[in-house]
Each structure stands twice: as C-alpha cells, then as structure tokens.
Design a protein around this ligand. Structure first.
Ligand SMILES: Cc1cc2nc3c(=O)[nH]c(=O)nc-3n(C[C@H](O)[C@H](O)[C@H](O)COP(=O)(O)OP(=O)(O)OC[C@H]3O[C@@H](n4cnc5c(N)ncnc54)[C@H](O)[C@@H]3O)c2cc1C
Length: 302
C-alpha cells in the first residue's frame, strides 16, 4: 500500500536529536492531529512496519545505519498546550519547559521541575523524567496512549513508573496528557522557575550537543552515594574522547558531540567510561539514553 500523503522516505533524523548523530528513518512523518496519527499507525500496522517516536530527541541515540519502519514526530494539535481551570492539557509533543512556563503564568504550581528538562511531554512520560525533587506521577492526571486501531487513557499508577522508566511499549504513542496542578501566586512560581534555571546553568554545560545524562545513577551500595557523573569523574573520565564524542569537562556524565561524532563514537566512549568505572569502583553503569533503530551496543557489555 502506498504511504499516506506527507510520509517521507529516507528522512535524516540526526537533526531531530540534541546530540546530532545517526542515520535516516526509512519512513518519517509528523502527526498534528488524532486523525492523522490514527491514519499513520494504521498504515504502518498494515505494512508490518515498526513505529518509533521522536520527541525533542533530548535523550536519544539513533543508529548510524538508520531506522527501519516509520518514525513519527508530533506537532500541531498534538503539540499544543492549554490551561483549563487548575489543569494544563498538553499534546504529547508539547515541550515541558514551555508547559512549566505556561503553568507559572496561569498561577499553577507543581510542574516547575519541567523547566530544565529539554524534552516533550511524551518523552517525559516514557522516561519518567524528573529534576530537583519534582514528581511527574504526582501531577500527571492521565495520558492518552494511541496504538494502531486503539486509544486508551491511562493514569500514572498504570504506567509502571520507576527511576527513568515506564511500561510504555514500542509503538505506543503518548498523544495527550493532563497535568492537575495547585493554585499559587504566579510571581512565586516564576521566581521558582528562575531559581531552577540558574541552578542548572551552574551545574551543567550549556550550548553543547548532548543528550543530558548518559548513565543512570546506580542503585548500588558500592557507590557510597556517588552519582554516575561522580563515579565517571573519579575514574578519570572527564574530557575522555573517542572520535568526535567527548565526556564533558564540566559534567562527566554528559557526552558532547564535538562536531563530527557518530553514534558508534558515542557507544565506544560510553563503553570506555563504563569499563573505567567498573575497574575503579566495581559498579556497572546502565545507560539512561534511549536507542532508536538497531544501535550496536554490544561493546557496552563486553
Ligand atoms: C541538557 C539536558 C538536560 C537534561 N536534564 C534532564 C533532567 O534533569 N531530568 C531528566 O529526567 N531528563 C533530563 N534530560 C533528558 C531528556 O530531556 C528527558 O529524558 C526527556 O524526558 C526526553 O524527552 P524527549 O521528548 O526529548 O524524548 P526523546 O529523546 O525524543 O525520546 C526518548 C524516548 O521517549 C520516547 N518518546 C518520545 N516522545 C514520545 C511519545 N509522544 N510517545 C511515546 N514515546 C515517546 C522515544 O521513542 C524514546 O524512547 C536532559 C537532557 C539534556 C539534553
């Protein structure tokens, strides 16, 4: 069957990610409405194509060889945001920092943690994103999940949230979400956002091509309370470079694309960082970054 109008073949994905690596999608399309999303998912299902979603690409490594199947990006109505009483209704493609700013203007508190997470609402749900002690599950009221031929509303207790994880399966798209927030003085919420932005500038490198945290903070007594970044730093990984990929001097858990990095460079760098931490402290770091396509991550575990 011919692809629906607007579906593009061999579409470069690197520019849709913040690290800017990886190859093209076999098929790519934006989806700006529920009807369009249903049409695209039905086509992919009919063609037996796997479906992937790109949000802001801020925690994503795309295979250099490209991605088989259909890759979607939500826009239009599925990236909109709207206050409704004490709620903020969002499309899955809405950006979290903008949703946090909208909540502040509307005099609503609870979403402040989103101000420094450069992802979309859908990506935040998939990753159970968090920062500064915020809690996505506490403010998320429901999400609308779409699969081929099916739409389902789920509440946070059925999303299997764990540290940087949910139970969303490949091919399940977060199309919409509702955040239930508490009333507050807009000036107070705006001040909180400014404070969080300042804290972030202090702690993390800015203006670099990166996907944020590379490894999860391990839950292992041998860390003695150290974060993944501190373990990498202690193992001498600050500034470590493989090809065009480097672990940041400012924050060792951030990979930086210095210009011409490939996903293979990033994986080789992660493997070396992981190996050094294992040797130095005995701790096995696990990737936080998500893979799209057949990223060859064998080196990470050898
Ligand atoms: C500078 C920087 C700072 C960061 N700080 C933080 C932080 O403080 N806390 C934190 O938790 N994270 C942080 N991150 C990581 C990242 O921003 C989050 O994981 C974010 O939630 C990812 O959202 P995204 O839209 O970019 O998702 P993507 O990176 O595009 O995708 C990530 C995963 O979500 C899936 N996905 C995306 N959209 C949808 C959808 N609509 N439906 C279903 N699945 C979807 C993708 O398929 C993929 O599996 C940071 C990243 C950077 C670059």
């Amino acid at each position: 069957m011919k692809p629906p109008e607007g579906v593009q073949a061999n579409y470069p994905l690197a520019r849709l990610t913040t690290i800017r690596t990886g190859g093209p999608a076999e098929w790519f399309s934006t989806a700006g409405s529920s009807e369009r999303l249903a049409e695209l998912l039905a086509w992919a299902d009919n063609e037996k194509l796997p479906v992937g979603v790109v949000g802001s690409g801020s925690n994503l490594l795309v295979a250099d060889e490209g991605v088989r199947g259909l890759v979607l990006k939500l826009d239009g109505d599925l990236a909109s945001m709207e206050p409704e009483g004490h709620r903020i209704l969002c499309g899955g493609g809405a950006r979290l920092p903008q949703a946090a700013a909208l909540a502040a203007r509307a005099g609503l508190t609870g979403l402040e943690f989103g101000v420094s997470i450069p992802g979309t609402v859908g990506g935040a749900v998939k990753m159970n994103a968090n920062a500064y002690g915020g809690d996505l599950a506490r403010v998320l009221e429901w999400v609308e999940i779409v699969r081929a031929g099916e739409v389902e509303r789920r509440t946070p207790d059925s999303l299997g949230f764990r540290y940087r994880r949910s139970n969303l399966q490949p091919g399940e798209v977060v199309a919409r979400a509702s955040f239930a927030l508490d009333p507050a003085d807009p000036a107070d919420v705006k001040r909180a956002l400014a404070d969080l932005r300042a804290q972030r500038r202090e702690a993390q490198p800015s203006g670099i091509k990166t996907f944020g945290s590379t490894f999860k903070n391990p839950d292992d007594p041998r860390t003695n309370g150290k974060t993944a970044g501190q373990l990498l730093e202690a193992a001498g990984c600050r500034g470590l470079q493989v090809g065009g990929a480097r672990l940041s001097e400012k924050h060792a858990n951030f990979v930086e694309n210095t210009g011409e990095a490939t996903t293979a460079d990033v994986i080789a760098l992660m493997a070396e960082g992981r190996r050094r931490v294992r040797e130095h402290s005995g701790v096995e770091l696990e990737p936080e970054v998500q893979f799209l396509g057949d990223v060859n991550a064998e080196a990470l575990y050898s």
